[in-house]
Design a protein around this ligand. Structure first.
Ligand code: G3P
Ligand code: CA
Length: 336
Protein backbone atom coordinates (compact mmCIF):
# COMPACT_ATOMS: atom_id res chain seq x y z
CA UNK A 1 0.00 0.00 0.00
CA UNK A 2 1.31 3.42 -0.93
CA UNK A 3 1.52 6.00 1.82
CA UNK A 4 -0.11 8.17 2.92
CA UNK A 5 -2.54 5.48 3.97
CA UNK A 6 -6.24 6.20 3.78
CA UNK A 7 -7.82 4.78 6.93
CA UNK A 8 -11.59 4.46 6.70
CA UNK A 9 -12.49 5.75 10.15
CA UNK A 10 -15.24 3.51 11.59
CA UNK A 11 -15.65 2.54 7.91
CA UNK A 12 -16.97 5.41 5.82
CA UNK A 13 -19.00 6.82 8.71
CA UNK A 14 -19.47 10.17 6.99
CA UNK A 15 -22.02 8.35 4.80
CA UNK A 16 -23.31 5.35 6.79
CA UNK A 17 -23.84 4.62 10.51
CA UNK A 18 -20.44 3.82 11.96
CA UNK A 19 -19.06 0.30 12.36
CA UNK A 20 -21.73 -1.32 10.22
CA UNK A 21 -21.10 -3.72 7.35
CA UNK A 22 -22.42 -1.00 5.03
CA UNK A 23 -19.93 1.53 6.41
CA UNK A 24 -16.96 -0.83 6.09
CA UNK A 25 -18.00 -1.92 2.59
CA UNK A 26 -18.42 1.63 1.36
CA UNK A 27 -14.97 2.56 2.71
CA UNK A 28 -13.44 -0.24 0.66
CA UNK A 29 -15.51 0.68 -2.43
CA UNK A 30 -14.17 4.23 -2.06
CA UNK A 31 -10.60 2.94 -2.01
CA UNK A 32 -9.62 3.01 1.67
CA UNK A 33 -6.46 1.06 2.41
CA UNK A 34 -7.69 0.14 5.90
CA UNK A 35 -11.01 -0.04 7.69
CA UNK A 36 -11.00 0.88 11.36
CA UNK A 37 -12.97 -1.18 13.88
CA UNK A 38 -13.09 -0.01 17.50
CA UNK A 39 -13.58 -2.98 19.84
CA UNK A 40 -15.37 -3.48 23.16
CA UNK A 41 -16.38 -6.70 24.93
CA UNK A 42 -19.72 -8.34 25.62
CA UNK A 43 -20.60 -9.95 28.96
CA UNK A 44 -19.63 -13.34 27.54
CA UNK A 45 -16.28 -12.16 26.21
CA UNK A 46 -17.03 -11.62 22.53
CA UNK A 47 -15.32 -8.69 20.81
CA UNK A 48 -17.77 -6.43 19.00
CA UNK A 49 -17.31 -3.27 16.94
CA UNK A 50 -18.51 -0.21 18.85
CA UNK A 51 -16.71 3.03 19.51
CA UNK A 52 -18.06 3.01 23.07
CA UNK A 53 -19.17 0.39 25.54
CA UNK A 54 -22.12 2.79 26.01
CA UNK A 55 -24.57 1.31 23.54
CA UNK A 56 -27.27 4.00 23.39
CA UNK A 57 -25.09 6.43 21.41
CA UNK A 58 -25.06 4.25 18.31
CA UNK A 59 -27.76 1.59 18.70
CA UNK A 60 -31.53 1.44 19.24
CA UNK A 61 -31.14 -0.13 22.70
CA UNK A 62 -33.07 2.72 24.38
CA UNK A 63 -36.17 1.73 22.40
CA UNK A 64 -35.96 -1.97 23.32
CA UNK A 65 -38.44 -2.64 26.16
CA UNK A 66 -36.69 -5.94 26.80
CA UNK A 67 -33.55 -4.15 27.98
CA UNK A 68 -35.07 -1.32 30.04
CA UNK A 69 -33.77 -2.75 33.31
CA UNK A 70 -30.19 -2.85 32.05
CA UNK A 71 -29.94 0.94 32.08
CA UNK A 72 -27.50 2.03 34.77
CA UNK A 73 -24.79 4.50 35.74
CA UNK A 74 -21.11 3.57 35.79
CA UNK A 75 -17.76 5.23 36.20
CA UNK A 76 -15.70 4.54 33.07
CA UNK A 77 -12.13 5.85 33.03
CA UNK A 78 -13.08 8.38 35.73
CA UNK A 79 -16.24 9.63 34.02
CA UNK A 80 -19.77 8.99 35.31
CA UNK A 81 -21.96 7.74 32.43
CA UNK A 82 -25.62 6.73 32.37
CA UNK A 83 -26.80 4.29 29.75
CA UNK A 84 -26.63 0.70 28.54
CA UNK A 85 -23.23 -1.00 28.47
CA UNK A 86 -21.83 -3.73 26.22
CA UNK A 87 -20.40 -5.65 29.17
CA UNK A 88 -23.94 -6.20 30.51
CA UNK A 89 -25.15 -7.83 27.29
CA UNK A 90 -24.46 -11.31 25.93
CA UNK A 91 -23.64 -11.56 22.26
CA UNK A 92 -27.08 -13.06 21.69
CA UNK A 93 -28.63 -9.93 23.22
CA UNK A 94 -26.32 -7.62 21.27
CA UNK A 95 -27.52 -9.27 18.08
CA UNK A 96 -31.07 -8.07 18.86
CA UNK A 97 -29.91 -4.44 18.54
CA UNK A 98 -29.55 -2.39 15.38
CA UNK A 99 -27.13 0.46 14.62
CA UNK A 100 -28.22 4.10 14.42
CA UNK A 101 -26.45 7.27 13.32
CA UNK A 102 -24.37 8.90 16.09
CA UNK A 103 -24.71 12.49 14.80
CA UNK A 104 -28.20 12.86 13.27
CA UNK A 105 -28.04 16.68 13.34
CA UNK A 106 -24.77 16.78 11.39
CA UNK A 107 -25.46 13.75 9.20
CA UNK A 108 -29.25 13.59 8.71
CA UNK A 109 -28.95 11.57 5.48
CA UNK A 110 -27.36 8.72 7.43
CA UNK A 111 -30.47 8.29 9.59
CA UNK A 112 -32.11 6.69 6.55
CA UNK A 113 -30.07 3.60 7.49
CA UNK A 114 -31.08 3.58 11.17
CA UNK A 115 -32.32 0.20 12.29
CA UNK A 116 -31.00 -1.70 9.26
CA UNK A 117 -27.69 -3.11 10.41
CA UNK A 118 -26.69 -5.45 13.20
CA UNK A 119 -23.68 -5.08 15.45
CA UNK A 120 -20.68 -7.00 14.10
CA UNK A 121 -18.24 -9.24 15.94
CA UNK A 122 -14.52 -9.09 15.18
CA UNK A 123 -14.77 -12.50 13.53
CA UNK A 124 -17.54 -11.22 11.26
CA UNK A 125 -15.46 -8.16 10.35
CA UNK A 126 -12.51 -10.38 9.46
CA UNK A 127 -14.77 -12.53 7.27
CA UNK A 128 -16.22 -9.41 5.62
CA UNK A 129 -12.72 -8.06 5.00
CA UNK A 130 -11.64 -11.28 3.32
CA UNK A 131 -14.80 -11.22 1.17
CA UNK A 132 -14.07 -7.61 0.18
CA UNK A 133 -10.48 -8.50 -0.68
CA UNK A 134 -11.74 -11.19 -3.06
CA UNK A 135 -14.38 -8.90 -4.55
CA UNK A 136 -12.04 -5.95 -5.11
CA UNK A 137 -8.94 -8.06 -5.80
CA UNK A 138 -6.71 -6.11 -3.45
CA UNK A 139 -5.47 -6.06 0.12
CA UNK A 140 -7.77 -4.48 2.69
CA UNK A 141 -6.16 -3.80 6.05
CA UNK A 142 -7.68 -3.80 9.52
CA UNK A 143 -6.73 -0.92 11.81
CA UNK A 144 -8.16 -2.13 15.12
CA UNK A 145 -8.56 -0.09 18.30
CA UNK A 146 -8.94 -1.55 21.79
CA UNK A 147 -11.40 0.66 23.69
CA UNK A 148 -11.09 1.07 27.49
CA UNK A 149 -8.62 -1.82 27.83
CA UNK A 150 -7.86 -1.34 31.56
CA UNK A 151 -11.56 -1.08 32.34
CA UNK A 152 -12.34 -4.33 30.53
CA UNK A 153 -9.40 -6.08 32.21
CA UNK A 154 -10.79 -4.95 35.58
CA UNK A 155 -14.02 -6.80 34.67
CA UNK A 156 -12.05 -9.93 33.79
CA UNK A 157 -12.95 -9.33 30.15
CA UNK A 158 -9.53 -8.42 28.72
CA UNK A 159 -9.60 -7.46 25.04
CA UNK A 160 -6.08 -8.40 24.03
CA UNK A 161 -5.95 -12.23 24.28
CA UNK A 162 -9.13 -12.83 22.25
CA UNK A 163 -7.99 -10.15 19.78
CA UNK A 164 -4.64 -11.83 19.11
CA UNK A 165 -6.31 -15.21 19.04
CA UNK A 166 -8.84 -14.14 16.40
CA UNK A 167 -6.18 -12.47 14.26
CA UNK A 168 -3.83 -15.42 14.50
CA UNK A 169 -6.59 -17.87 13.53
CA UNK A 170 -7.31 -15.67 10.49
CA UNK A 171 -3.64 -15.76 9.44
CA UNK A 172 -2.71 -12.25 10.57
CA UNK A 173 0.73 -12.61 12.14
CA UNK A 174 4.05 -10.81 11.82
CA UNK A 175 5.09 -7.25 11.19
CA UNK A 176 4.06 -7.25 7.51
CA UNK A 177 0.45 -8.31 8.05
CA UNK A 178 -2.07 -5.66 6.90
CA UNK A 179 -2.95 -4.87 10.49
CA UNK A 180 -2.44 -2.03 12.95
CA UNK A 181 -3.45 -2.34 16.60
CA UNK A 182 -4.08 0.97 18.37
CA UNK A 183 -4.81 2.21 21.85
CA UNK A 184 -5.10 5.43 23.83
CA UNK A 185 -3.62 3.49 26.78
CA UNK A 186 0.01 2.42 27.12
CA UNK A 187 0.21 -0.77 29.17
CA UNK A 188 -1.95 -2.83 26.87
CA UNK A 189 0.24 -1.84 23.91
CA UNK A 190 3.31 -2.90 25.91
CA UNK A 191 1.57 -6.21 26.68
CA UNK A 192 0.73 -6.68 23.02
CA UNK A 193 4.36 -5.96 22.06
CA UNK A 194 5.43 -8.94 24.16
CA UNK A 195 3.11 -11.30 22.31
CA UNK A 196 2.92 -10.03 18.73
CA UNK A 197 4.96 -8.44 15.97
CA UNK A 198 1.86 -6.87 14.43
CA UNK A 199 2.35 -3.09 14.06
CA UNK A 200 1.21 -1.10 17.10
CA UNK A 201 0.04 2.52 17.22
CA UNK A 202 0.01 4.74 20.30
CA UNK A 203 -2.92 7.14 20.13
CA UNK A 204 -2.55 10.61 21.67
CA UNK A 205 -5.61 12.47 22.92
CA UNK A 206 -5.55 16.25 22.91
CA UNK A 207 -5.52 16.61 26.70
CA UNK A 208 -5.06 14.64 29.90
CA UNK A 209 -3.33 11.31 30.19
CA UNK A 210 -3.83 7.66 29.24
CA UNK A 211 -6.42 6.01 31.51
CA UNK A 212 -3.94 3.35 32.66
CA UNK A 213 -1.33 5.85 33.89
CA UNK A 214 -3.11 7.10 37.06
CA UNK A 215 -4.10 3.51 37.87
CA UNK A 216 -0.38 2.89 38.38
CA UNK A 217 0.21 6.16 40.21
CA UNK A 218 1.91 7.77 37.22
CA UNK A 219 1.74 11.35 35.99
CA UNK A 220 2.70 10.96 32.31
CA UNK A 221 0.45 13.10 30.10
CA UNK A 222 -0.27 12.95 26.38
CA UNK A 223 1.63 16.22 26.00
CA UNK A 224 4.64 14.60 27.71
CA UNK A 225 4.39 11.68 25.30
CA UNK A 226 4.45 14.04 22.31
CA UNK A 227 7.86 15.53 23.18
CA UNK A 228 10.95 14.20 21.37
CA UNK A 229 11.88 12.21 24.48
CA UNK A 230 8.31 10.94 24.93
CA UNK A 231 8.20 9.82 21.30
CA UNK A 232 11.48 7.95 21.70
CA UNK A 233 9.93 6.13 24.67
CA UNK A 234 6.87 5.23 22.59
CA UNK A 235 9.18 3.83 19.91
CA UNK A 236 10.38 1.23 22.45
CA UNK A 237 7.03 -0.56 22.14
CA UNK A 238 5.09 0.93 19.19
CA UNK A 239 5.57 1.47 15.49
CA UNK A 240 3.65 4.68 15.10
CA UNK A 241 1.52 7.36 16.70
CA UNK A 242 -2.03 8.51 16.08
CA UNK A 243 -2.16 12.14 17.25
CA UNK A 244 -5.14 14.47 17.34
CA UNK A 245 -4.28 16.52 14.27
CA UNK A 246 -4.91 20.07 15.42
CA UNK A 247 -3.48 19.92 18.93
CA UNK A 248 -0.27 18.11 18.03
CA UNK A 249 0.46 19.08 14.41
CA UNK A 250 -1.28 22.20 13.15
CA UNK A 251 -4.10 24.23 14.65
CA UNK A 252 -5.86 26.97 12.73
CA UNK A 253 -4.82 30.53 13.56
CA UNK A 254 -7.18 33.14 15.01
CA UNK A 255 -8.60 33.80 11.53
CA UNK A 256 -9.42 30.10 11.10
CA UNK A 257 -6.62 29.56 8.59
CA UNK A 258 -4.25 26.61 8.43
CA UNK A 259 -0.85 28.16 7.94
CA UNK A 260 1.73 25.39 7.32
CA UNK A 261 4.47 27.70 8.60
CA UNK A 262 2.91 27.34 12.07
CA UNK A 263 3.09 23.52 12.11
CA UNK A 264 4.80 21.97 15.13
CA UNK A 265 7.89 19.77 14.93
CA UNK A 266 5.76 16.74 15.91
CA UNK A 267 5.97 14.93 12.55
CA UNK A 268 9.73 15.41 12.28
CA UNK A 269 10.22 14.38 15.93
CA UNK A 270 8.12 11.24 15.49
CA UNK A 271 9.91 10.31 12.27
CA UNK A 272 13.28 10.86 13.98
CA UNK A 273 12.15 8.35 16.61
CA UNK A 274 11.24 5.88 13.84
CA UNK A 275 7.48 6.27 14.29
CA UNK A 276 4.85 6.55 11.57
CA UNK A 277 2.36 9.40 11.99
CA UNK A 278 -1.36 8.78 11.38
CA UNK A 279 -3.40 11.77 12.65
CA UNK A 280 -7.16 11.70 13.30
CA UNK A 281 -9.91 12.61 12.41
CA UNK A 282 -10.56 14.25 9.04
CA UNK A 283 -14.27 15.01 8.51
CA UNK A 284 -15.90 16.93 5.71
CA UNK A 285 -18.60 18.90 7.51
CA UNK A 286 -18.07 22.59 8.37
CA UNK A 287 -18.41 21.69 12.07
CA UNK A 288 -15.07 19.89 11.92
CA UNK A 289 -13.11 22.15 9.58
CA UNK A 290 -11.16 25.36 10.21
CA UNK A 291 -13.21 28.45 9.28
CA UNK A 292 -11.14 29.15 6.20
CA UNK A 293 -12.24 25.83 4.69
CA UNK A 294 -15.96 26.21 5.40
CA UNK A 295 -18.59 26.24 2.68
CA UNK A 296 -21.61 28.52 2.87
CA UNK A 297 -24.28 27.10 5.18
CA UNK A 298 -24.45 25.47 8.56
CA UNK A 299 -22.38 22.97 10.52
CA UNK A 300 -23.70 20.06 8.49
CA UNK A 301 -22.62 21.42 5.10
CA UNK A 302 -19.56 19.79 3.48
CA UNK A 303 -16.55 22.09 3.44
CA UNK A 304 -13.16 21.77 1.78
CA UNK A 305 -11.84 18.65 3.47
CA UNK A 306 -9.69 17.72 0.49
CA UNK A 307 -7.62 20.87 1.01
CA UNK A 308 -7.14 20.12 4.70
CA UNK A 309 -5.99 16.54 4.07
CA UNK A 310 -3.69 17.63 1.23
CA UNK A 311 -2.04 20.13 3.53
CA UNK A 312 -1.37 17.48 6.20
CA UNK A 313 -0.03 15.12 3.53
CA UNK A 314 2.33 17.86 2.36
CA UNK A 315 3.46 18.28 5.97
CA UNK A 316 4.55 14.62 5.88
CA UNK A 317 1.93 12.46 7.59
CA UNK A 318 2.03 8.74 6.75
CA UNK A 319 -1.71 8.19 6.90
CA UNK A 320 -4.99 9.87 7.73
CA UNK A 321 -8.03 8.65 9.66
CA UNK A 322 -11.01 9.97 7.76
CA UNK A 323 -14.78 9.58 7.89
CA UNK A 324 -14.73 10.35 4.14
CA UNK A 325 -12.31 7.96 2.42
CA UNK A 326 -13.39 9.13 -1.06
CA UNK A 327 -12.13 12.63 -0.28
CA UNK A 328 -9.00 11.13 1.25
CA UNK A 329 -8.30 9.37 -2.05
CA UNK A 330 -8.79 12.62 -3.96
CA UNK A 331 -6.30 14.38 -1.72
CA UNK A 332 -3.86 11.50 -2.03
CA UNK A 333 -4.08 11.51 -5.82
CA UNK A 334 -3.23 15.21 -5.86
CA UNK A 335 -0.40 14.63 -3.38
CA UNK A 336 1.30 11.71 -5.16
O1 G3P B 1 -8.49 5.65 16.61
C1 G3P B 1 -8.15 6.83 16.02
C2 G3P B 1 -9.33 7.65 16.05
O2 G3P B 1 -10.39 6.81 15.82
C3 G3P B 1 -9.47 8.40 17.33
O3 G3P B 1 -10.28 7.96 18.17
O4 G3P B 1 -12.31 8.32 19.36
O5 G3P B 1 -12.48 8.20 16.92
O6 G3P B 1 -11.87 6.17 18.22
P1 G3P B 1 -11.83 7.65 18.14
CA1 CA C 1 -10.80 4.62 16.75
Amino acid sequence: MKTPLIIGHRGACGYRPEHTAASYRLAVEMGADFIEPDLVSTKDGHLIARHDNVLNLTTDVAKCQKFTTKKTTKIIDGESIEGWFSEDFTLQEIKMLRAIERMPEIRPENTEYDGQFEILTLDEIIALTKDLEREFDRTVGLYIETKHPSYFTSLDLPLEPPLLDALSKAGYTGKDAPIFLQSFETENLKWLRRYTQLPLIQLLWLEGQPADIPLRGGSLSYDDMATPEGLRDIALYADGVGPEKSHFILAANAKGQLDPARASSFIADAHAAGLAVHPYTFRRENAFLPADLHSPGGDDKPGQLEEEMLLFMELGVDGVFTDNPDIGLQAKQRFL
